[in-house]
Ligand binder design. Structure first.
Ligand code: GLV
Length: 326
C-alpha cells in the first residue's frame, strides 16, 4: 500500500506530481498558513509531510500524529520544527540546503544597496509626482564601494555575500563560531575578527546565521552601542536574531543609520515604529524567492520525502541519528 503524504501548503505542481508518483498525496492548494488544529487533523494517517516555515511541528503536534515518519521542510532553516522531539520519536527531518545560497546572497545585496542609496524612498518620491527636476542635494545616500562589510555567519550564504563584495572593492571581515581555513579566507578575500571588532568596524553588518538559542537576540542594545552611527544592519537570516525593540530604539536614537530587513521576530508582523521610518527597507521574507530557487527547494523536499519513505537515506537529513533506526 502507498504511504500517505500531506503537502501542508501550496507548492509547485511539479513537486506534487513527483510525490504523486510514489504516494497517495493530500495536497493543500491554499497559499496560507494552516492552523495547528487543522494540521493535526490533516496529518492523521500520514507518514510524511511537506512543510513550509509557517507550519509549527512541535511535541504537542507530534504526540497526536503517531504515524508520521518524516517531516520535509521547504527551507534551509528549520526553526519551525522541534528536531529533538522528532528525533526522540524516530521521525526524520529534512531541509533544502545549498540551492538557495546565491539567491539569498543576491537579495541580501539588493537590500544593502537599497538602504544605502535610498532606492525605495526615491522611487516613491518619483511615483507620487514630487520630483520637479534634478538637484545636487537630492536623495543623498552613502557609498557601498570601498566600505567595510561585516558578515556574521560565514556559511554558504555568508560566503556568497562576501564574494559579491569583491566587485565593490570592499574590505570584508567576518565572524563565526568557527574560523575558516586560510585558503578559504584568501579565496573570498576576508579577514576573521571577533564579534566586537566586527560591530565596531563595519559600515554594513549582514546577518547570516541560523536561529539557535545562542543566536537569539545576537544583536541587541549592547551590540548597537558598539556599531558605527553610520552603520546599516541587514538581516536576511531569521527575525529573532535581532532584538527588534532594541533595533527600533537604535534607529530612533540615531545609534545606527539604517536597516534592511527581510525577516522579523513575530512574522508576519514587525515592531510598528519600523513601518514609519524612512531609513528602513522592509521585505516580506523573500530572500530565496526566485522561481528557479523556490522550484528547486520544493523538488528537493519532495525528493527527500521519497527517499525517506522508500527506506533510503534522504539527501538532506537534519537528524541523521534517526536513520540508524531504520
Ligand atoms: C528561508 O527562509 C529558508 O530558510 O529557506
Amino acid at each position: 500500500m502507498k504511504h500517505r503524504v500531506l503537502v501542508a501548503r501550496k507548492i509547485f505542481d511539479d513537486a506534487i506530481n513527483l510525490l504523486a508518483r510514489y504516494f497517495d498525496v493530500d495536497s493543500n492548494q491554499k497559499d496560507a498558513p494552516v492552523s495547528p488544529i487543522q494540521l493535526v487533523r490533516k496529518l492523521q494517517g500520514k507518514a510524511g509531510v511537506i512543510t513550509l516555515i509557517t507550519e509549527l511541528i512541535d511535541e504537542r503536534l507530534l504526540a497526536q500524529c503517531p504515524e508520521l515518519k518524516i517531516v520535509c521542510n521547504v527551507a534551509v532553516g528549520y526553526n519551525n520544527i522541534d528536531v529533538k522531539a522528532c528525533t526522540r520519536r524516530g521521525i526524520m527531518v529534512t531541509n533544502t540546503p545549498g540551492v538557495l545560497d546565491d539567491t539569498t546572497a543576491d537579495l541580501t545585496w539588493a537590500l544593502l544597496i537599497t538602504v544605502a542609496r535610498r532606492v525605495v524612498e526615491a522611487d516613491k518620491f518619483f511615483r507620487t509626482g514630487k520630483w520637479k527636476g534634478w538637484g545636487l542635494m537630492q536623495f543623498l545616500g552613502h557609498d557601498v564601494h570601498h566600505k567595510t562589510l561585516g558578515v556574521v555567519g560565514f556559511g554558504r550564504i555568508g560566503k556568497g555575500v562576501a564574494k559579491r563584495a569583491m566587485g565593490f572593492d570592499m574590505r570584508v571581515i567576518y565572524t563565526d563560531i568557527q574560523r575558516a581555513d586560510e585558503a578559504t579566507e584568501r579565496e573570498y578575500g576576508v579577514m576573521y575578527v571577533d564579534k566586537r571588532t566586527l560591530l565596531r568596524e563595519s559600515d554594513f553588518v549582514s546577518l547570516l546565521v541560523p536561529l539557535f538559542p545562542e543566536t537569539t537576540h545576537y544583536i541587541s542594545h549592547a551590540e548597537f552601542a558598539l556599531m558605527k552611527k553610520t552603520a546599516i544592519l541587514i538581516n536576511t537570516s531569521r527575525g529573532p536574531v535581532v532584538d527588534e525593540k532594541a533595533l527600533v530604539k537604535a534607529l530612533k536614537d540615531g545609534r545606527i543609520a539604517g536597516a534592511g530587513l527581510d525577516v522579523y521576530e513575530k512574522e508576519p508582523k514587525c515592531e510598528r515604529p519600523l513601518l514609519g521610518m524612512r531609513n528602513t527597507v522592509l521585505l516580506p521574507h523573500i530572500a530565496s524567492g526566485s522561481v528557479e530557487t523556490r522550484t528547486k527547494m520544493a523538488m528537493m523536499a519532495a525528493q527527500n520525502c521519497i527517499a525517506g519513505l522508500s527506506g533510503q537515506r534522504p539527501p538532506n537529513t537534519v537528524n541523521p541519528e534517526v536513520l540508524t533506526r531504520y
